[in-house]
Design a protein around this ligand. Structure first.
Ligand code: J2J
Length: 538
């Protein structure tokens, strides 16, 4: 499943093992051991449910057999799109037990994204919850099945209608396969996607377990910790930094938070005595605003992780007083490299930097446009290589040629500088994506959707600074024929089956782009020009 060029060279593999980063554990294997050590500890709480480690293991084993009962075979891919419910864990660990490969979709994804994941991963099955809030995922599954003929099965948590209800499937344990190789791919995570559609990120048992085991340590997780998943748990940040997997590794208790609103989150923090959670910067701002008058006792909270997008030093400096906890900044990416400020760092480092890498063997280079290292302290492009940073995307030669150097460094697209102590400060982004409150949007992907409208001659999507979201999206559109109405154009993009966060926040109609021969100027330059013009007008 991994091309030879996508794996770590032999000498690196040997080094990562020798140094004890890769310990030969598997995703299911570590849970099984934990359940043996602390069977009666609560593993996860969500809604009315409270499962011990023994319960979770038992349910995962049953689910593994259920997935195999209707003909899925080890190695096949399964797209998982579930909200923050305990079943997320029993399904995903069930898939691990069956040697099936989860492909993690976010609850916000719609038919265009899900069909892309199904096709790109050649998935045979798709797991959903019947409903989340008002949204009926069975309707989405019908659209996906119509678009992606390779999809053979839809499995539903809850009322299944014409699909398989997970609960009702037989669970014959004799079907379960042997443990997979720890160096094999455990699952496919999805990239933020700076060009076009999201790419699939193959993560192995060895490398991913290292990243969340070390994260759990850096974030101080123990059997006494209560970790709340406030962001959608399929995202790499709440999954692994230290995330639900790090929490299980440490024997902590997980609280699944169905919505990150201050009211819901504070109620759970108070009732379950949550000690640690993670949010994106706009949520941290909301929580800080809400805390003084919320009437909830959130004094159990010891650590708030903030990451996914840049947290301003001004906001960062207010966390301790506003929420009564330590701030831990985290700058990570689904492709690998994760940086944290350490819990005992001086306040100045916690407030002004985005942390330093997890591993002594994370290799970080900061280079100019020609790939030459910049002077120490100067901003440049961040390249990363290490024991949990991928060497290539799944089945995507073109993206691999663009995104990795010859010697295997991942080109993150982030512009950073480094302090003398080795901490990174994120300065900006070289790529063309919009980081909207931590949700990454590819400019090119949205431009392609706009161009499909008959009233659009050309389109360029740029990021605009936003006091709340960090960045929002603005589409510059040259109309053709009758100028479309702004609301109609937004509805058109939405109607193409996209996650709501990708619909442009703003649309500006223009007669022409400054450079008429757009073809002669790179889209990147054009986007920069348009953004510059826009910012001058406000
Ligand atoms: C500025 N930009 C940041 C930060 C991520 C932990 C935390 C976050 C992610 C994540 C993750 C940032 N300040 N603190 O996977 O394990 C931007 C960068 C980066 C991109 C990666 C994790 N933290 N970013 O956000 O794959 O541009 O992962 O390259 O979604 O988010 O996005 P993603």
């Amino acid at each position: 499943m991994l091309e030879p060029k996508q794996v770590w060279p032999e000498d690196y593999i040997a080094r990562y093992r020798e140094k004890g980063y890769w310990r030969g554990e598997t995703m299911f294997g570590f849970l099984e051991r934990r359940a043996r050590d602390i069977p009666e500890h609560i593993a996860v709480i969500g809604g009315e449910q409270r499962w011990t480690y023994a319960d979770l293991l038992h349910r995962a084993n049953e689910n593994a057999a259920r997935f195999l009962s209707f003909g899925l075979r080890p190695g096949e891919r399964v797209v998982v799109q579930l909200p923050n419910i305990p079943e997320f864990l029993s399904v995903v660990f069930g898939l691990f037990r069956a040697n099936l490969i989860p492909v993690f979709a976010l609850p916000a994804h719609r038919v265009t994204e899900i069909s892309h994941f199904v096709e790109k991963s050649e998935a045979s099955a798709y797991v959903i919850a019947a409903k989340d809030g008002d949204f009926d995922y069975r309707m989405l599954a019908r659209d996906v099945a119509a678009r992606a003929p390779g999809l053979r099965h839809v499995v539903v948590i809850g009322e299944a209608e014409e699909f398989h209800a997970l609960e009702d499937l037989p669970h014959d344990q004799t079907l379960l396969p042997a443990e997979p190789s720890p160096s094999s791919v455990a699952f496919l995570q999805i990239s933020g996607g700076s060009t076009g559609l999201s790419k699939l990120i193959p993560r192995t048992h060895d490398d991913y377990i290292y990243s969340f085991r070390a994260s759990a340590d850096i974030c101080g997780l123990s059997e006494k910790s209560v970790f709340m998943a406030a962001l959608p748990v399929a995202h790499n940040f709440p999954m692994s930094s230290p995330g639900v997997f790090g929490a299980l590794y440490a024997g902590s208790r997980i609280v699944m938070c169905p919505s990150p609103s201050a009211e819901t989150a504070f109620t759970l923090i108070e009732n379950e005595r949550v000690t640690i959670t993670g949010v994106v910067p706009p949520l941290a701002l909301l929580w800080m605003q809400a805390a003084p008058t919320s009437g909830h006792d959130i004094s159990s909270l010891e650590v708030l992780l903030v990451g996914g997008a840049k947290f301003t030093p001004e906001a960062a400096s207010r966390v301790r007083v506003a929420l009564g906890c330590t701030l831990q900044q985290v700058f990570g990416m689904a492709e690998g490299l994760v940086n944290y400020t350490r819990l005992d760092d001086p306040e100045d480092v916690i407030v002004n930097t985005q942390g330093r890498p997890i591993s002594p063997d994370d290799e970080v280079l900061i280079v100019d446009d020609h790939g030459q290292p910049v002077a120490e302290g100067e901003p440049g492009l961040l390249l990363a290589r290490g024991p949990y940073t991928i060497r290539g995307y799944h089945n995507d030669a073109a993206a691999n040629a663009r995104s990795f150097t010859e010697d295997g460094f991942y080109r993150t697209g982030d512009i950073v500088s480094r302090t003398p102590e080795g901490y990174l400060v994120v300065r900006g982004r070289a790529g063309d994506h919009i980081n909207r409150a931590g949700e990454k949007i590819s400019a090119e992907e949205i431009e392609d959707h706009l161009l499909a409208h008959p009233g659009v001659f050309d389109a360029a999507v740029v990021s605009i600074p936003d006091p709340y979201l960090g960045e929002r999206s603005c589409a510059f559109v040259i109309p053709q024929g009758e100028k479309p109405k702004m609301a109609a154009l937004k509805a058109f993009v939405r109607g193409r089956g996209l996650a709501e966060f990708k619909v442009p926040d703003q649309i500006v109609f223009v007669e022409a782009f400054e450079t008429t021969a757009v073809g002669k100027v790179s889209r990147k330059v054009l986007r920069q020009q348009l953004r510059g013009q826009f910012l001058k007008t406000i």
